[in-house]
Write a protein that binds this ligand. Structure first.
Ligand code: FES
Length: 105
Protein backbone atom coordinates (compact mmCIF):
# COMPACT_ATOMS: atom_id res chain seq x y z
CA UNK A 1 0.00 0.00 0.00
CA UNK A 2 1.49 3.42 -0.93
CA UNK A 3 2.51 5.81 1.81
CA UNK A 4 0.65 9.04 2.48
CA UNK A 5 2.32 12.06 0.89
CA UNK A 6 1.89 15.66 1.97
CA UNK A 7 -0.08 17.51 -0.72
CA UNK A 8 -1.18 20.82 0.78
CA UNK A 9 -1.73 22.87 3.89
CA UNK A 10 -5.24 23.70 5.07
CA UNK A 11 -4.32 27.40 5.02
CA UNK A 12 -3.74 27.28 1.24
CA UNK A 13 -7.50 27.05 0.69
CA UNK A 14 -8.22 30.57 1.82
CA UNK A 15 -11.92 30.94 1.05
CA UNK A 16 -11.85 28.49 -1.87
CA UNK A 17 -13.56 25.11 -1.75
CA UNK A 18 -10.96 23.36 -3.91
CA UNK A 19 -7.25 23.22 -4.69
CA UNK A 20 -5.43 21.79 -7.68
CA UNK A 21 -2.67 19.44 -6.52
CA UNK A 22 -0.64 16.46 -7.67
CA UNK A 23 -0.87 13.16 -5.81
CA UNK A 24 1.58 10.48 -6.83
CA UNK A 25 2.11 12.38 -10.15
CA UNK A 26 -1.63 12.38 -10.87
CA UNK A 27 -3.42 15.73 -11.35
CA UNK A 28 -5.92 15.82 -8.53
CA UNK A 29 -8.52 18.10 -7.07
CA UNK A 30 -8.59 18.52 -3.31
CA UNK A 31 -12.07 19.53 -2.20
CA UNK A 32 -13.27 20.96 1.09
CA UNK A 33 -16.90 20.54 2.06
CA UNK A 34 -17.48 22.09 5.47
CA UNK A 35 -14.69 20.43 7.48
CA UNK A 36 -14.42 17.35 5.30
CA UNK A 37 -11.60 16.96 2.76
CA UNK A 38 -11.86 14.76 -0.32
CA UNK A 39 -9.54 14.23 -3.27
CA UNK A 40 -10.30 12.99 -6.75
CA UNK A 41 -8.43 12.56 -9.98
CA UNK A 42 -8.83 15.81 -11.93
CA UNK A 43 -9.44 14.17 -15.31
CA UNK A 44 -12.84 13.19 -16.65
CA UNK A 45 -12.86 9.58 -17.83
CA UNK A 46 -15.14 10.46 -20.75
CA UNK A 47 -12.76 12.63 -22.78
CA UNK A 48 -10.02 13.94 -20.52
CA UNK A 49 -11.51 17.27 -19.48
CA UNK A 50 -10.16 18.65 -16.18
CA UNK A 51 -12.90 18.61 -13.55
CA UNK A 52 -11.29 21.61 -11.81
CA UNK A 53 -14.15 24.03 -12.39
CA UNK A 54 -16.97 21.50 -12.20
CA UNK A 55 -20.05 22.22 -10.14
CA UNK A 56 -20.04 20.35 -6.82
CA UNK A 57 -23.46 19.37 -5.52
CA UNK A 58 -24.94 16.52 -3.49
CA UNK A 59 -21.59 14.76 -3.05
CA UNK A 60 -20.78 14.75 -6.75
CA UNK A 61 -18.82 16.84 -9.27
CA UNK A 62 -20.12 17.60 -12.74
CA UNK A 63 -17.75 17.66 -15.71
CA UNK A 64 -17.95 21.14 -17.24
CA UNK A 65 -17.66 19.77 -20.78
CA UNK A 66 -20.45 17.23 -21.38
CA UNK A 67 -22.04 16.97 -17.95
CA UNK A 68 -20.95 13.57 -16.61
CA UNK A 69 -21.18 13.43 -12.81
CA UNK A 70 -18.83 11.56 -10.48
CA UNK A 71 -19.32 10.56 -6.85
CA UNK A 72 -16.70 12.40 -4.77
CA UNK A 73 -16.18 9.49 -2.35
CA UNK A 74 -16.22 6.44 -4.62
CA UNK A 75 -15.32 8.09 -7.94
CA UNK A 76 -18.18 6.22 -9.61
CA UNK A 77 -19.57 7.69 -12.85
CA UNK A 78 -23.16 8.57 -12.00
CA UNK A 79 -24.42 9.42 -15.47
CA UNK A 80 -23.55 9.36 -19.13
CA UNK A 81 -21.51 10.11 -21.10
CA UNK A 82 -18.88 8.78 -18.65
CA UNK A 83 -18.98 5.10 -17.78
CA UNK A 84 -15.66 4.59 -15.98
CA UNK A 85 -14.89 5.85 -12.47
CA UNK A 86 -12.28 8.46 -11.62
CA UNK A 87 -9.58 7.67 -9.06
CA UNK A 88 -10.15 8.79 -5.50
CA UNK A 89 -7.66 9.29 -2.68
CA UNK A 90 -7.58 8.69 1.05
CA UNK A 91 -7.00 11.85 3.04
CA UNK A 92 -5.35 12.23 6.41
CA UNK A 93 -5.08 15.53 8.27
CA UNK A 94 -1.99 15.98 10.43
CA UNK A 95 -2.02 19.28 12.24
CA UNK A 96 -2.63 21.92 9.54
CA UNK A 97 -1.29 19.71 6.74
CA UNK A 98 -3.14 17.44 4.35
CA UNK A 99 -1.77 14.07 3.29
CA UNK A 100 -3.13 11.73 0.65
CA UNK A 101 -2.62 8.35 -0.96
CA UNK A 102 -4.55 6.40 -3.60
CA UNK A 103 -7.70 4.82 -2.16
CA UNK A 104 -7.81 1.04 -2.02
CA UNK A 105 -10.85 -0.31 -3.86
S1 FES B 1 -15.18 15.17 -21.11
FE1 FES B 1 -16.28 15.04 -19.25
S2 FES B 1 -18.27 14.47 -19.84
FE2 FES B 1 -17.18 14.57 -21.69
Amino acid sequence: MPDFEEIAAIDEFGTADRLEVFIDDTPALLIRINDQYLAIEDICTHDGQPLTNGCIEDGAIKCPRHGARFDLVTGKALCMPATKPIKTFEIEIRGRNIFARPAVK
